[in-house]
Design a protein around this ligand. Structure first.
Ligand code: NDP
Ligand code: PYC
Length: 345
């Protein structure tokens, strides 16, 4: 078995934050970005954990994200739309800035939307959805990425892997949360197969000729496929419309035109919706949270697991035992900390 090193969550946060500081990110950017990277590692979501640091640094080095950005709330009073201008920085600090205002508006209006413009988003969406559920709100979050997915019936990359995440708060229990790419798999997952020299499961991708492939390199050069055929294709299109066009930001093909590559983290906007279940259920019989529990119990009663259950179990273990990193991962973190942006091409 290969050697591992175990770090506490706090120690990993400090190390990842230091890497981002060394690479030139200001405190606002470095702290928030490190928090989502470490959360990914803590919850055993390897495709959005420390593996993402290098891509983020490459994006800084290429000048496609502003490491010194300070996100700003755009004044828009008395509306359910809260807008944060990320100022060309990463999405996470913009989200952290907008969250309290979104929560306050969602509570007072029943629902509210946080629009983030001009951000670079490379992480999972569940940290954002969970931040909403921690406020007692249900949440729906989505963003485009870059054109890497062929629409069903097509054969060329056009849509993004466009993640969609939802959360429902639960009293005394971890929230019900799902978060997935609208492609069969996230692109990060394909990259991990490539690095491991393993073939992809069938049905994930097509090559540049439009033929099915299980070769990760051919898949990355060709196109990924939407999940659930035409259904995933339509949901990914909805994400382009709502979290791209509607909020006055880039669609996935426009992101790819801007970056010219999928090796950098995508720059676009993000849409975060917060709902107050109590406000929606007001005047109707039954407590929405109690009714939701009946549904969750019925799901579990059939032997099915709730989404995020695996993640929460991994989190419990990480909190108790720390996060185990392979020797290669530790060496990579050391290299990034020592060299900063010189560590990436
Ligand atoms: P997965 O297929 O790994 O997981 C999707 C969701 O389904 C998770 O909530 C997972 O919970 C749940 N789930 C998995 N198996 C089961 C099961 N048997 N029963 C019930 N629930 C289950 O996600 P993807 O690979 O599609 O996406 C991975 C991540 O990539 C996401 O976090 C997404 O936000 C991110 N991403 C980000 C992009 C960006 O542009 N920022 C683009 C694309 C993806 P659990 O975790 O507990 O297994
Ligand atoms: O895994 O598909 C992905 C992805 C794209 C941007 C961030 N993650």
């Amino acid at each position: 078995m290969s050697e591992t090193t175990t770090l506490t969550i706090t120690a990993l946060q400090e190390r990842v934050e230091a890497i981002f500081r060394k690479a030139g990110l200001n405190g606002t950017q470095a702290g928030a970005v490190a928090r989502v990277v470490v959360a990914g590692e803590r919850d055993a979501c390897k495709s959005h954990g420390i593996y993402r640091i290098e891509g983020a640094l490459r994006t800084v080095k290429a000048g496609k994200v502003d490491p010194d950005a300070l996100p700003e709330l755009v004044p828009q009073e008395s509306t359910a739309i809260v807008r944060v201008d990320a100022k060309g920085g990463f999405a996470s600090p913009a989200f952290e800035l907008g969250l309290p205002v979104l929560a306050e508006r969602a509570r007072s209006c029943g629902l509210a939307a946080l629009v983030i413009n001009d951000c670079t988003h490379f992480s999972a969406l569940w940290p954002e959805v969970e931040a909403l559920t921690e406020q007692g709100l249900a949440g729906l979050v989505m963003c485009p990425s870059y054109a890497t997915v062929a629409p069903t019936g097509g054969n060329k990359p056009l849509l993004g892997t466009n993640p969609l995440a939802f959360g429902w708060p639960r009293e005394g229990k971890p929230a019900y949360v799902f978060d997935f790419a609208t492609s069969v798999a996230a692109r990060g997952e394909i990259e991990l197969y490539r690095r491991a020299g393993k073939p992809l499961p069938e049905g994930w991708a097509i090559d540049t000729e439009g033929n099915p492939t299980t070769d990760p390199n051919a898949a990355l050069a060709g196109a990924m496929l939407p999940f659930g055929g035409h259904k995933g294709s339509a949901i990914a299109t909805m994400v382009e419309l709502l979290a791209g066009i509607m909020i006055g930001d880039l669609t996935s093909p426009e992101v790819l035109d801007l970056l010219g590559t999928t090796t950098l983290a995508p720059r676009h906007g993000e849409l975060i919706l917060g709902f107050s279940p109590r406000a929606f259920a007001a005047g109707r019989s039954g407590d929405p949270f109690a009714r939701a529990e009946v549904l969750f119990e019925a799901i579990a009663g059939q032997g099915a697991r709730l989404p995020s259950q695996r993640r929460y179990a991994a989190r419990t273990k990480s909190v108790a035992d720390g996060i185990a990193l392979t020797q290669a991962e530790v060496e990579q973190l050391d290299r990034l900390l020592a060299l900063g942006l010189d560590a990436v091409a």
